[in-house]
Design a binder for this molecule. Structure first.
Ligand code: FE2
Ligand code: FE2
Length: 284
């Protein structure tokens, strides 16, 4: 097994990375890197709670880092799909955002007395080619899948940010949530374009893809939120203060985001999303 370690280095590109943080990747007035640089925990926590929160931030670090590969791998597919240049450029910004998110999570891990290092398979798989689909359609499916994950991630992050009381955790969650708003737009934007670009057959193929997208998404989300032993109210509150929501609660928010946000929105675009959710599965 290989290891993912997340450090911002000090080589020849590090000054440019810092400049990107201040310019292209900046969003609003937030400066989560500064919040982390001077951070100390304000509350008192049981060491066991700190360890659980640290582990949650480590897993989030890995997940964010991995997301960077999804967006960068979308670029060649978007080129094949003949989309406009803004979409191609912004998808790379999304990829940079995700690497930065990994670095912010690494900062939280350090604040919680951990090392930003986790055993992980570093080799990643190519995005699905969707051989049954045209080029735009294939890119749309992958972008839409990414958009659905971003939409549910946003619901989770928003809730976690509301519950977090540690200022550093709030600053980090604030940045993550603000960026995920943009990331979710990629898939939803292409779906709007799809109304004009896809014929009826392609549209029904997209409908047929939805149960697999939903099943895969649910499996990945549940993998990212493994269920541990039940916690007391006090423990849950302490974890929430540190920006680490417990998985049971996370799974409930995921399901709610699907039924209250994702499905109605897909249905409004004319897709049979409610039926797809009921039929969700992993394989054709
Ligand atoms: Fe992210
Ligand atoms: Fe994202």
């Amino acid at each position: 097994m290989t290891k993912l370690r997340v450090d911002v280095g000090d080589g020849p590109l590090s000054a440019e990375y810092q400049r990107l943080l201040r310019t292209a990747l900046r969003r609003g007035e937030g400066d989560p890197e500064a919040a982390l640089a001077h951070a100390r925990l304000e509350g008192e926590y049981d060491p066991q709670i700190l360890a659980i929160a640290c582990d949650a931030w480590l897993r989030r670090m890995l997940h964010e880092h991995h997301s960077a590969t999804i967006f960068s791998r979308l670029l060649p597919q978007l080129i094949e799909a003949e989309v406009t240049l803004d979409v191609k450029a912004v998808v790379l910004r999304m990829s940079m955002d995700e690497l930065r998110h990994a670095s912010l999570c690494a900062g939280m891990v350090r604040l919680l007395d951990g090392e930003p290092e986790i055993d992980a398979e570093l080799k990643t798989d190519p995005l699905p080619r969707h051989e049954d689909a045209g080029r735009f359609e294939a890119a749309l499916r992958n972008a839409l899948f990414a958009g659905l994950s971003e939409t549910v991630a946003l619901a989770l992050l928003t809730e976690e940010r509301e519950l977090a009381t540690e200022p550093a955790a709030r600053a980090v969650l604030e940045q993550l949530a603000a960026d995920e708003v943009l990331h979710a737009k990629l898939g939803w934007g292409l779906l709007t374009e799809a109304r004009e670009r896809l014929d009826a057959q392609a549209w029904s193929r997209l409908d047929a893809y939805l149960p697999i997208a939903f099943g895969t998404l649910e499996m990945r989300m549940h993998e990212a939120m493994p269920l541990g032993p039940p916690r007391s109210d006090g423990e849950l509150e302490a974890l929430e203060a540190l920006g680490a929501m417990e998985s049971r609660e996370g799974r409930v928010i995921f399901a709610r985001a699907m039924t209250e946000v994702v499905i109605p929105r897909l249905a409004a675009e004319g897709l049979e999303a409610e039926r797809a959710w009921a039929d969700r599965r992993l394989e054709r």
